[in-house]
Design a protein around this ligand. Structure first.
Ligand SMILES: [Fe+2]
Ligand SMILES: [Fe+2]
Length: 152
């Protein structure tokens, strides 16, 4: 699996979790564990993606701005997750932020796939694209296990 295939796999997981969250938004018993799962997946993906994908892209003039933009969006999503954790589960604020978060995730994934990936394919060598896939997956797995352990 090259880096793009590995990232796409995580993106599909996130899309599925977003859809499940929206479908279960009125059900307190379901929405909480789905939100927790989305939170863990998002955190593991963002960090692994920054380390194995954005860092090599920062090294190139052509992709440094796109990488910065992507990292800034990760930060925005993290802040929304934090807001949801501070708000009472199911409160108006929680529900509103959940909607915003899903919207932001969908925007971010599409932008990465349609804008950043084509640029990244130009600057990363074919060998690099292949080599980064496995370390991304390993880092994602490691971080996800850590998130699960730290879960309250
Ligand atoms: Fe991202
Ligand atoms: Fe991503």
């Amino acid at each position: 699996m090259d880096i793009f295939e590995a990232l796409l796999k995580s993106h599909e997981t996130q899309r599925a979790l977003c859809a499940r969250l929206l479908a279960a938004i009125g059900d307190p018993a379901q929405r909480k564990p789905i939100f927790q799962e989305l939170k863990n997946e998002l955190a593991a993906h963002e960090t692994a993606e920054e380390r194995m994908f954005y860092v090599p892209l920062i090294a190139h003039d052509e992709t440094v701005d796109a990488a910065r933009h992507g990292i800034a969006e990760h930060h925005e999503m993290d802040e929304m997750v934090e807001e949801m954790e501070k708000a009472d589960d199911g409160s108006a604020e929680w529900l509103e932020t959940a909607g915003k978060l899903v919207h932001k995730i969908e925007h971010h994934l599409t932008e990465e796939e349609e804008k950043f990936f084509p640029q990244a394919r130009e600057v990363l060598s074919r060998a690099q694209q292949k080599e980064l896939g496995r370390p991304y997956q390993k880092e994602h797995e490691r971080l996800q296990a850590k998130e699960e352990q730290e879960q309250p």
